[in-house]
Design a protein around this ligand. Structure first.
Ligand code: KG4
Ligand code: ZN
Length: 339
């Protein structure tokens, strides 16, 4: 089954084709980073307008990369939510209408389920996705979400803990902005952290003394700001703060992952979402006594491949939806049907 996937929930337009027999056939991505950079963050209206401009050309590119015609497609998957409503409407309208015109099934994919299944695309270069045995704990760390999820089967998700304020990616981005590092801040701050000296600052690990699995990252952002204001404001101070911030975040995530694995006696941990690209996080989580899975780097941040893949699994299992365009900007993973 050849499934076209369209991702348009935020600031990347992703279009890919996943074949349930042959694996990923094409993967096209257009990032709006340059468009939003001058505003220091995503401007929703500009994002929607750019998705409109880019989606159909990218579909053409994806078809040509896969050496396919439109009529070869067997299904369409698009991101239904969560995300920016205007941006979601673009992918949903194009995807749903295309499927209607071609008389093939379509499925609206949950963006976080896409991220969650992306680590299974690890072996895609060899033509097939790798399977990860259930149950496992998933750590979802993106610009909008920080969650620990008990994954019992595809679609059977129980949220074990989540952030009470800023998502991890958001905390990275806001801290980077305060330090004047540019946009998008996460990867820039992570690169600067490598130049920081260990032990100069020791930032708190939020909410680890309480027994639970929830997170809070907004305090670390404020802590970084006051530390910066009280420093000599040299480049090395900045790098030291970036380093201490990253260590605190990564350590906190690692402590909670360990706790989550223990609480359900799981042996496998799956990391997904943009912050999953963070090298220090990868190092630290690989030290845990568990089998740890990360998505390939290019599938950590938003992309069309994860949507095509998650959609293909649901379509192959017979999941169908009505011909109605209904994006869901807010949508809990727990409300998804189990496969
Ligand atoms: O999953 P994603 O592409 O988009 C959302 O669904 O939100 O995640 C984007 C987030 C941004 O906050 C970005 O700064 C962060 O992931 N990010 C990183 C790194 N690469 C991306 N954060 C820390 N270290 C990185 N290397
Ligand atoms: Zn995402």
């Amino acid at each position: 089954m050849k499934v076209l996937g369209i991702e348009s929930s935020c600031d990347e337009t992703g279009v890919a084709i996943y074949d349930t027999e042959k694996g990923l056939l094409s993967d096209q991505l257009y990032s709006q980073i340059a468009l939003h950079a001058e505003y220091g963050g995503v401007v929703p209206e500009l994002a929607s307008r750019d998705h409109i401009r880019k989606t159909t050309p990218l579909i053409k590119e994806a078809l040509s990369e896969a050496n396919l015609q439109m009529s070869d497609l067997d299904g369409v998957a698009y991101t239904r939510g969560p995300g920016l409503i205007g941006a979601l409407m673009v992918g949903a309208s194009i995807g749903r209408t295309l499927a209607w015109g071609l008389d093939i099934p379509a499925v609206g994919v949950h963006h976080m389920e896409g991220h969650l299944l992306a680590p299974m695309l690890e072996d895609v270069a060899k033509g097939q996705a790798q399977s990860i045995d259930f149950p496992f704990v998933a750590l979802l760390v993106s610009g909008g979400h920080t969650m620990l999820v008990h994954v019992k089967a595809i679609g059977d998700y129980a949220i074990m803990g989540e952030s009470l304020d800023d998502a991890v990616g958001e905390a990275f981005d806001k801290t980077a902005k305060m330090l004047g590092l540019g946009y998008p801040g996460g990867p820039i701050l992570a690169a600067l952290a490598e130049k920081g000296i260990s032990g100069v600052y020791d930032f708190p690990r939020p909410m680890i003394r309480q027994g639970g699995l929830d997170f809070s990252f907004s305090g670390l952002k404020t802590h970084s700001l006051t530390t910066w204001q009280n420093s000599d404001k040299t480049d090395q101070d900045k790098a030291n703060i970036a380093h201490a911030f990253q260590e605190a975040v990564v350590d906190t995530l690692s402590i909670k992952c360990k706790r989550a694995l223990k609480s359900i006696e799981a042996e496998r941990l799956v990391i997904a979402g943009g912050v999953g690209a963070n090298k220090r996080l990868r190092e630290k989580l690989n030290e845990l006594k568990a089998e740890v899975f990360f998505p390939p780097m290019q599938f950590c941040t938003d992309n069309g491949a994860m949507i095509a893949y998650a959609g293909a699994i649901r379509l192959k299992a017979g999941y169908r939806e009505e011909a109605i365009i209904q994006p869901k900007p807010r949508w809990s993973l727990e409300d998804l049907p189990t496969l």
